[in-house]
Design a protein around this ligand. Sequence first.
Ligand SMILES: O=C(O)CCC(=O)C(=O)O
Length: 339
Amino acid sequence: MSFVNKARQAYNKLFPAPVLTDFPAENLPWIDKKNPDIEGFVRQFPKATQLPYDLTEKLHFWKENGYVILEKVISDELIDAYLADVQELIDDHKKYDINIRIDRPEYSKHPVMKVRDVPREIIEGQYIKIMDFHNASVAGKKLMLHKAIVSFLEAIFNEKVVAMQSLTFLYGSQQETHQDFPYVVPQVPSHLAASWIALEDVKAGSGELHYFVGSHKIPKFDWGNGIFFTGESSKNPTDFGRYLSAKCEGFERKTLLLKKGDVLIWHAALAHGGEPILDDSLTRKSYVCHYSSAQGYFRHRHDLVNEPVRYNLNGADVFADPKLKEYENSFKRGESLNQ
Ligand SMILES: O=C(O)CCC(=O)C(=O)O
């Protein structure tokens, strides 16, 4: 168990949290409340007229369906700089303590490893997530806090946006259907959303992302100790997957065939997962980032005590990793690039 989870368990023992059946109503994002006034909101939202899409239409779509797609909003140049950074990390992996998650049976005891300790053929293969590479990569930060993404998130939170974490995929994840909020828990849990940035055109058979349209409205799963997965939960992720499959029956199931530079943004409670990879020769390079608001995430999850070191882009923040300070912004290809 990680240090953070141990600390969380000890804290929970001392101060048992109330068993939640849903997100607390008092600090829900405005758009998740009943009958939000979307037209009124857009009239007073300063960036509304500068966006390459109709914000009113997108916010109605989000409320109803739990996601939006922003087409061709990110330049190939920025994506290529990020991919070159990822390639450098792989080529020189023996130099870096950066973490990757390996969801293969032989790593089940220690799924999170330093990239230096993992053979290159494993790093470049399936079932790998490069964790928080945005900390080392300037291009990664610029993608994560791209103005098209930040503007939409600012609208749904009606607040400054704070990026929490990132995952980089070379292949489809093949992950079972899940919602993110039980696993990614900011200090205000309902202030959570994710972006999925296509780093290449997604091909059919490559393990596309799937998602259930409107599934962000289903009742929340009870893990035995409320709506979050913790060390005390009596239910496990497989129970969660079964619950979601049953609850999502009748919802439209879509698979995501985005083009390079397109972005999907999804709600904390949208049920989604990765399709099986049908053709092993196909990569599916993608970059997933999770976000909260300034109110929702004010401490880095690796240091819940000290004020974080912040980087600001397009009016949004991302925190330096307090545990891997030596690598912060050390991959500099993105420096000269505009977003
Ligand atoms: O891209 C995928 O296949 C899955 C990503 C995902 O589910 C997540 O990061 O929460």
